[in-house]
Every structure is written in structure tokens, then in C-alpha cells.
Design a protein around this ligand. Structure first.
Ligand code: ATP
Ligand code: MG
Length: 461
């Protein structure tokens, strides 16, 4: 407060904002402006944005790597799917398979897999390929309350009327830019009504993508989708659906599967290979003018365990760590510090009681055992069998069973019966990733990770 008063006093004598003139006596002081000015002087050191909203570097970062730092944000985007082809790594075969099934077999597609495995990024690439082939592509992200009516009215609004057999491109309606939505009845939209309308489409093909399909809670919506797939398939209608969502298996995602099994192509999005993870790194190097040295690359590959999300997150943090000390070469210790940042991030997503329990288990030397179970869960994308634990760490059946029993007793693991087989699932969604990253943070050293396979180097120009 004293400083504040002092400043006010000084301003009376000599106010630089007024060209050094004193405020005339009897004039009410503009207090608000004054406090703002004082605040601005005192708070010059507060953090600021380094780039403007139009992505231009402001120069306030003040260091020579500010531009690289700005590029790093586009190079690795752990919190966003990839929409730019240049940044999309691997997955050629997966994409090829999906396109073939759409194009050659006219099937509807269901993509499923764990969180962060790259479903939405794949859908972006599929959309772009579809648009290039002049498909009309409609993308929609489902929510808990999505309804058939709302979703498919919106889809119809994206289909121009000029592709309706009764409206030639020169008709007034088509020229006005009307869409199929203008022909929909006012009552609730049913799969039959939508199918009837789409049956009139000529001269184009439509892909309707429903991402996050697992989020919709309504059984009626899911039933309607199954009915629509049947309707579209049986009548050879030029509209195909692509559904995507988080699920360990297909039936978890799509109800009424028996009735439409022949009409869909279902694909579980696989883990990335080491080469694909390395490509994420190479793409980012090229984009941000960074270089990941050999050990850093190998470290990322070994911790990511085929997850593009973890790879992208670690590369982002590791890039920042290197830039913070003025390097544009990322080394293994930057990856180690990135693992620490990631562990902190994941910890915040785990319930407090589970956090405390895990800490206790780590402190009592159970870390490795938990890491094995976590790896098994990550490899199986959910429920895993005892054999998965053995495979994750080459341990004996007895040791694997002891470990599982311990985690069940600690309520971190649950038993689920699947097809008569006993499988195990972590009690919380984010637990396997958190456990694995925590273990990596404590125990993995760069030299313990397997050597990086050869990869083409991107010149960091
Ligand atoms: N082929 C790829 N190349 C480069 N990065 C990728 C690729 N696929 C995914 N990623 C990265 O992985 C992360 C997760 O990707 P995406 O959002 O596509 O996954 P998702 O399966 O849709 O996740 P969610 O289940 O949470 O919706 C993002 O950071 C994205 O940048
Ligand atoms: Mg997604």
C-alpha cells in the first residue's frame, strides 16, 4: 500500500503520462487509470502469451528460440487430433483397408480402440481422402444426449439438393443452395424416413462420420443407427456410415450387432509400431526445426508403448525442456524430464485414494509388479489375461498370479469374466497409463531402453 501511495504522490509532481506536467489542483484524480498504470509497472514480470491469437510470435519471449517454441506447438499436439497430412504418421495400411472396404465392398465402418490411439486423427485423413474423391463427407461428434433426429437432420443439411434425383442442378431450389434437410418432414426423423430420402441421391456418395459414438447414452439412438445401416445396405443407397468410439471390443460399441454384422467392416485401431512412433518424432523435428538425438528417440519409443498420444505428449514436453535451456537438440535427459511432467499431469486425473494407495505400493517395492500389469493392460487395451502379464515382463505364471492377487486385494484391479476366461481390468481408466509413466519416471533410464531402429533423418533446416 505504501508504494501505491508513494507513486500517486510522485505523479502529482511529475507525471510522465502528461508530459511531465502536474495535475491541476482541484481536478479529481483518475484513480482507475492510475492503479492500472501502477499495476502494469509492478507486474511487468507476469507470464504472457508468446504468440498472438493469429499465431504470430510476439517477440516478448525475447530469446532466439522463440520461433522454434512457437513451431513446437504445431509439431506435437498431444491434446488435439492430427488434421494436417504432413503431421500424420504411419497408419497407411489401416487407412488403405478402411478405404477399400468403403469403396470396394460398400460397407459401413466401425473404428474402435482405446482412448488416444488415434481414431479421430484417422477419421480426419479418411475425410480428406473422401473429399478428394468427391464424396460428400459429414463429420459429427456425438454427445451423451445425441438423438437420431438432431444428428441426421444436421447431416441432411450438408447434402446439397442438386444430388436429389428430382432436382436437376438448374432447378430454382438447387440453385438457391437448398439441401436435403429442406425435404425432411417436420415430425421426428426415423431411419426409414432418412433412408427413403437418401435413396433418391444420384451422382454422389456420402460418408457420414459419427465420432465419439460411445458417448451417446441413448439405447434408442444406437438401435436407430443399426436400423439405418440395415436400411441403407439392403437398398444399395449411396450413403455409408463410419462410427468411431472407445471400446475394447466391437459389441461394446455397437448394440444389435448380429443384425448388421454382414454390413459392417469393424476395425480395432492397433497400437503404433516403433517405426510409426519414430515417424511422429521425425515429422515434429521437421516442423519445429528440432533434432531428437538417437537416445532421446529410443527413449520416447520405449515409454510410448505404441501410443501416439504418449509419444506426442513426451515429445512436446521434451522439446520444451530442451528449448528452455537454449538447445534445439533434444537429448535423453529432456525426455526424462518430460516423463516427470507427464506423470504429474496423469496423477491429477487419478482419484486421491488410488493415488495414495499407489504411492504406498511403490514405496514398498511393488513398482515393477504394477508396471508389468499396467503394460499388460496397455498392450491389451483394457481387460487383460494373466498370460499378458507374463508376456509383458517374461515372468513366471506363479509370480504373475501373485501380482494380480495383490492388486485385486488393493482394489486397483477388478476381475471380469469374458467368454469363460478370467480377465482383469484396472479400476480406473487412466490407471495403467499413470502407473506405467510413474514407473518409467522412477526406473527407466535411457541406456536401458532398446536401441533406436534406423530411421530416415529429417534435415532440420
Ligand atoms: N497418425 C498419427 N500421427 C501423429 N500423431 C498422432 C497420430 N494419431 C494420433 N496422434 C496423436 O495422438 C493423440 C491422440 O489422437 P486422437 O485424438 O486422434 O486419438 P483418439 O483415439 O481419437 O482419442 P480419444 O479416444 O480420446 O478421442 C493426439 O495427440 C494426436 O496428435
Ligand atoms: Mg477422438
Amino acid at each position: 500500500m505504501a508504494g501505491w501511495k508513494l507513486n500517486i504522490g510522485r505523479r502529482r509532481k511529475e507525471d510522465p503520462a502528461r508530459g511531465g506536467k502536474s495535475a491541476p489542483s482541484g481536478v479529481v484524480k483518475p484513480l482507475i487509470r492510475e492503479t492500472q498504470r501502477v499495476g502494469a509497472i509492478e507486474k511487468n514480470s507476469l507470464p504472457r502469451f508468446q504468440a498472438t491469437a493469429s499465431d504470430q510470435v510476439t517477440g516478448r519471449g525475447g530469446d532466439r528460440l522463440a520461433a522454434t517454441r512457437a513451431k513446437l506447438r504445431h509439431a506435437f499436439t498431444p491434446s488435439q487430433p492430427v488434421a494436417d497430412r504432413r503431421m500424420f504418421a504411419g497408419r497407411e495400411e489401416v487407412l488403405q483397408t478402411i478405404i477399400r472396404s468403403i469403396e470396394d465392398q460398400r460397407l459401413h465402418t466401425v473404428l474402435y480402440g482405446e482412448r488416444g490411439i488415434g481414431k479421430t486423427s484417422l477419421l480426419h485423413m479418411l475425410s480428406q481422402a473422401g473429399v478428394e474423391a468427391r464424396y460428400i463427407v459429414v463429420y459429427s461428434s456425438c454427445g451423451a444426449n445425441s438423438t437420431f433426429d438432431e444428428t441426421f437432420r444436421a447431416a441432411a443439411a450438408d447434402i446439397p439438393l442438386l444430388f436429389h434425383s428430382s432436382y436437376a442442378p438448374t432447378t430454382a431450389e438447387a440453385e438457391r443452395g437448398s439441401s436435403l434437410a429442406d425435404l425432411l418432414p417436420s415430425g421426428p426423423l426415423t431411419p426409414k424416413k432418412f433412408g427413403d430420402l437418401c435413396a433418391k441421391l444420384v451422382g454422389t456418395r456420402v460418408l457420414i462420420i459419427l465420432d465419439e459414438f460411445d458417448r451417446c447414452e441413448s439405447g434408442a439412438f444406437r438401435r436407430d443407427i443399426a436400423e439405418l445401416i440395415k436400411n441403407l445396405s439392403d437398398r444399395l443407397i449411396r450413403v455409408q456410415l463410419v462410427l468411431a468410439g472407445v471400446a475394447a471390443d466391437l459389441t461394446e460399441l455397437v448394440e444389435h450387432i448380429p443384425s448388421i454384422r454382414r454390413n459392417i467392416f469393424a476395425l480395432r485401431v492397433p497400437k503404433m509400431t516403433d517405426q510409426e512412433v519414430l515417424q511422429i518424432i521425425s515429422n515434429g523435428e521437421r516442423e519445429a526445426n528440432l533434432i531428437f538425438d538417437r537416445a532421446a528417440g529410443a527413449f520416447v519409443v520405449s515409454v510410448a508403448q505404441g501410443s501416439p498420444y504418449i509419444a506426442s505428449l513426451l515429445c512436446h514436453h521434451a522439446g520444451r525442456a530442451a528449448l528452455d535451456v537454449g538447445r534445439n537438440t533434444v537429448v535423453a535427459s529432456d525426455v526424462a524430464s518430460a516423463i516427470g511432467s507427464a506423470a504429474d499431469e496423469f496423477r491429477g486425473r487419478i482419484a486421491k485414494p488410488a493415488q495414495a494407495q499407489i504411492k504406498r505400493l511403490f514405496d514398498s517395492g511393488q513398482g515393477e509388479a504394477m508396471a508389468l500389469a499396467a503394460r499388460a493392460a496397455l498392450a491389451a487395451s483394457g481387460a487383460f489375461a494373466m498370460s499378458d502379464v507374463q508376456a509383458a515382463g517374461e515372468v513366471t505364471a506363479v509370480k504373475a498370479q501373485r501380482l494380480i492377487d495383490q492388486l485385486i486385494a488393493d482394489r486397483l484391479l477388478m476381475v471380469v469374466e469374458e467368454g469363460g476366461e478370467k480377465r482383469y481390468e484396472f479400476a480406473e481408466d487412466g490407471l495403467p497409463t499413470f502407473l506405467w509413466i510413474s514407473w518409467a519416471q522412477q526406473s527407466l533410464r535411457p541406456e536401458e531402453t532398446k536401441a533406436e531402429p534406423e530411421r530416415p533423418r529429417q534435415a532440420a533446416s
